[in-house]
Design a protein around this ligand. Structure first.
Ligand SMILES: [Zn+2]
Length: 899
């Protein structure tokens, strides 16, 4: 018994539980009840589940629906399995070998072992105490406890020469019967023993249940024709008399040989001589019948008699597989005919008290396959009890034994078989007649089923049992749809999918075992490889019931229509192209793009960029997609942020491409080969914030110079090139030449107008770098702090201002250069210019001051790198209308050689 609890959270609710899928009433082993009174908020409703299984080895599943007054429904699945005893005998054959007066082995031991954790009721079916030549030493019925083993000895009492065989049946309640074959030889000393291999005493149980063997004589619709059959199947002699033999009725048995050769029946005589069969043995020719008379000779008054008349039917069987084809083997078939009778005086009322179930449920089966179970009829009183089963007309069930005596405080295990001729439920009410007067009713319930699996279909297709449709799928990807398969039978069903299309797959390679009554989830797999195609097929599911893992009954076929559609992915991006123009190196630019699924499949894409460009190496450029994996339904879109970070200067093109990501049938993520087409192109130019000298101005100079002259004279082009070519961590050198002039006391002032190359402001910074060989000078800067300074004669030759600043597109910076011509000869000073991105420029400013002697000209324009230069003579003011100075040129061939 188990409990399930539901909590009500809002209002007072009343609950109800009901069974889903009512298929038949046979397996309703669960009983559910739910709190019937209204349940207050935060209180629990209790579902009580009782499990009363009735068939050993059977597993049960039921689906229930719990609903409440608020309209909520809950599905409750209840499963259970019924376990039973597992009792075995440690031997299958017993042999007794008697050499008369030499060695007589008359006792054999067999062990009953209970391998299960439940107690089991058992009964020896033959021989009963004192009957036959083989006797069970201990009681013929009892209880074997869990994991117990009981030793039983079997004694052989035959005297006359010959072979004695018997088949002892060991019955265990709720278990298949166990057979113990016994064989005994009684021979004179010196005679050879019979060969046990000449007898086939083990049955061919591969094809039928072991219970069928026990009931071989009782069943009417066996799968194959038996070797021989007997009629009647049980004999009730009623009331007899000890004195007046004419009151004792005699009955007749008819044995028919169904074989091609002769057969021989050997009956075992009743050692008490109450039931006398005549003839005791007889040869029956092929396809003929023989009659046997059984006379009833009770010995005592006021007594009940029961005897299990056993017949050993033998015939020769030629083993086709054997080398000795002509040497027959003797095959034995057993008949067991219960006989009962009494000598009760008229008007006697015999007390009886018994116990037996009111309903016996048989294990599941398929049409034309016999199913078995057993039940126990026990006698509660000390006096023996006489029972007889009465079958309704045209019954489908058989019971064995049909009549007999149950000893005081003993019991009889009765085997019941259902022989279903067709599909359906079989319910019959049988009567048990106890002591002729009393009657009890017992229901035999069973059913025969065909392999019935129901599928929850995606729609209706008149040509098939069910239809399924895959969601539209990207070609090359894998997809699935789920089928729910409901086994409607009480048996396991083995299902096999038959298909020949390569694009369809199914779970577990298309084979599945569905437990009784269960609903299982099953996946159909779709592997489309061709684009723009509608896939369609009809698969056949072959279903067959399984009992003990073996297929039984006729397979049924389910036709399933499966369709799918596949196309190539069509992911689009807005904007399709985008030009970001200048992108400052190291600075990120983030902007959104919109993805749009233009196809009809739901799919997951993974974006990736491909960068190409010219100029600096672009491997340092970064392109980051915020969320590169996106799942989009057809006709839906999403926005994704992308970030561009230039890593170097130059123009770049980024192509955004994508792959399709999907889960395969093993739940692993796979990617379809990249889709080559780019769906979005982004351009940008990586730049460094760069300064450019835009103009040069001569502010104060003894020679009047046009801006153009200054530009050329001081090498602005060289400086501009260095400013542009400068790269991080790679300092460049640039040379600036002050106009060559005579030594003089007043300074010369020039301005360089600094502007931006790109529309990006550029901060800059200058610092002096001492490159002359002069000593540093210690300068006191505090009371006791000193600093080493560059304060030699060279330092004041060039002053630059401002030493730092920001050049913006709107506001240029005027860089003032103040040059002193106080030191004769050529002097060079260095300024280190620092710009963003760790770029530095060493600017060397060269000043060449000549001796100031009258008539000597100072050069103002030089050819770079050439000492042979033209000089411009300082020859006074020029007329105002002529901006260029009036010059007389002199070419110096040699130093000091003047013309
Ligand atoms: Zn110096």
């Amino acid at each position: 018994m188990k409990y399930v609890f539901l909590m009500s959270i809002a209002i007072n609710l009343t609950y109800r539980v009901s069974l889903l899928y009512v298929i038949n009433s046979i397996d309703q082993v669960f009983k559910l009840s739910i709190t019937s009174t209204p349940v207050k908020p935060l209180d629990w409703a209790e579902v009580k589940i009782t499990f009363r299984p009735n068939v050993v080895g059977q597993s049960y599943t039921e689906y229930y629906l719990v609903d409440d007054t608020a309209g909520n429904t809950y599905r409750l699945t209840v499963t259970g399995k019924c376990f039973g005893p597992d009792v075995i005998l440690n031997k299958k054959i017993l042999e007794f070998r008697i050499w008369k007066n030499v060695s007589e082995q008359r006792k054999n031991v067999v062990k009953i072992v209970n391998k299960s954790k439940v107690d089991a009721i058992y009964q020896w079916f033959l021989p009963n105490g004192g009957q036959g030549y083989f006797q069970i030493s201990t009681g013929n019925c009892g209880v074997i406890h869990a994991f117990e083993s009981i030793t039983t000895s079997i004694v052989f009492s035959g005297i006359s020469l010959g072979v004695y065989t018997a088949e002892i049946v060991f019955l265990v309640l709720n278990q298949e019967p166990i057979y113990l074959n016994v064989i005994a030889w009684v021979v004179l000393p010196g005679s050879p023993m019979y060969n046990i291999k000449d007898h086939t005493i083990q049955k061919n149980w591969k094809r039928k249940s072991r219970s069928a063997h026990l009931m071989e004589n009782s069943l009417s619709c066996l799968c194959d024709i038996p070797q021989a059959s007997v009629f009647e199947r049980y004999l009730d002699f009623g009331k007899g008399s000890v004195i007046d033999l004419t009151l004792n009725i005699s009955q007749t048995l008819c044995v028919t040989n169904h074989e091609m050769g002769d057969g021989c029946i050997q009956w075992f005589p009743d050692p008490d001589n109450v039931f006398i069969i005549d003839p005791i043995s007889c040869v029956i020719p092929s396809n003929e019948s023989r009659l046997f008379t059984i006379r009833y000779r009770p010995k005592e008054n006021n007594e009940v008699y029961g005897y299990l008349l056993c017949g050993d039917y033998q015939y020769n069987k030629y083993d086709v597989d054997s080398d000795q084809f002509n040497v027959p083997k003797i095959k034995h078939t057993w008949f067991r005919i219960p006989c009962i009778g009494n000598t009760w005086p008229p008007c006697t009322e015999w007390n009886a008290e018994w116990d037996c179930p009111t309903e016996v449920v048989l294990p599941p089966t398929v049409p034309a396959r016999t199913t078995f179970t057993n039940f126990m009829l026990s006698n509660k009183l000390e006096i023996p009890m006489y029972f007889k089963l009465e079958a309704p007309y045209n019954t489908n069930f058989v019971a064995m034994p049909m009549c007999g005596i149950v000893q005081g405080r003993g019991w009889q295990i009765i085997t019941v078989a259902l022989e279903p001729k067709a599909f359906g439920e079989y319910v019959e009410n049988w009567d048990i007649i106890i002591n002729k007067e009393l009657k009890a009713r017992i229901s035999f319930v069973g059913n025969a089923e065909t392999s019935h699996v129901e599928l929850m279909s995606h729609g209706y297709n008149p040509g098939t049992h069910a239809m399924y449709e895959f969601p539209p799928t990207i070609t090359g990807a894998t997809n699935y749809c789920t089928a729910y398969m409901h086994n409607h039978t009480r048996m396991e069903i083995h299902l096999r999918v038959l298909t020949n299309v390569p694009w369809l797959g199914a779970d577990d390679n298309g084979t599945l075992v569905i437990p009784p009554r269960e609903i299982v989830r099953y996946h159909w797999w779709f592997f489309p490889r061709q684009a723009d195609k509608v896939y369609e097929t009809t698969v056949t599911c072959s279903c067959v019931c399984l009992i003990n893992g073996k297929p039984v009954g006729e397979p049924t076929e389910i036709f399933i229509n499966i369709t799918g559609f596949s196309e190539l992915p069509d992911l689009r991006v807005l904007p399709k192209t985008l030009n970001l123009h200048d992108a400052v190196v190291g600075e990120s630019r983030t902007f959104p793009i919109t993805l749009y699924n233009f196809g009809s499949c739901f799919f997951t894409s993974k974006l990736y960029p491909v960068i190409d460009g010219m100029g600096d190496d672009f491997s340092g450029d970064k392109f980051n997609i915020d969320c590169c994996v996106n799942s989009l339904k057809p006709s839906s879109h999403c926005e994704v942020n992308v970030t561009v970070t230039a890593g170097g200067a130059g123009s770049r093109q980024i192509d955004i491409k994508y792959t399709v990501v999907y889960r395969n049938e093993f739940n692993e993520v796979e990617e379809i080969q990249p889709i080559r087409k780019s769906i979005c192109i982004i351009w940008y130019d990586g730049i460094y914030p760069t300064i450019k000298v835009k103009r040069s101005i001569s502010v104060k100079c003894p020679v009047i110079l046009s801006n153009h002259c200054v530009w050329n004279m001081i090498n602005v082009e060289g400086l501009n090139k260095a400013l542009e070519d400068c790269r991080p961590h790679k300092p460049l050198n640039a040379d600036l030449y002050a106009p060559d002039l005579c030594v003089r006391s007043t300074d010369v002032e020039l301005i360089l107008v600094l502007g931006c190359v790109y529309s990006v402001p550029v901060p800059f910074n200058f610092r002096r770098e001492k490159i002359c060989d002069c000593e540093m000078i210690e300068v006191q800067i505090g009371i006791s702090t000193y600093e080493m300074r560059h304060a030699c004669v060279h330092r004041p030759l060039v002053e630059m201002s401002p030493m730092s600043g920001i050049v913006t597109p709107e506001t240029p910076v005027l860089l003032h250069l103040k040059l002193m011509y106080t030191s004769e000869g050529r002097n060079t000073l260095c300024f280190v210019m620092t710009m963003p991105n760790h770029r530095t420029l060493n600017i060397f400013i060269h000043i060449n001051a000549h001796v100031n002697s009258k008539g000597v000209l100072s050069p103002v324009r030089r050819v770079l790198g050439d000492d042979e230069y033209m000089t411009v003579m300082d020859c006074g003011r020029v007329p105002i209308n002529n901006l260029d100075p009036v010059i007389r040129a002199l070419f110096r061939e040699q130093a000091g050689n003047e013309i």
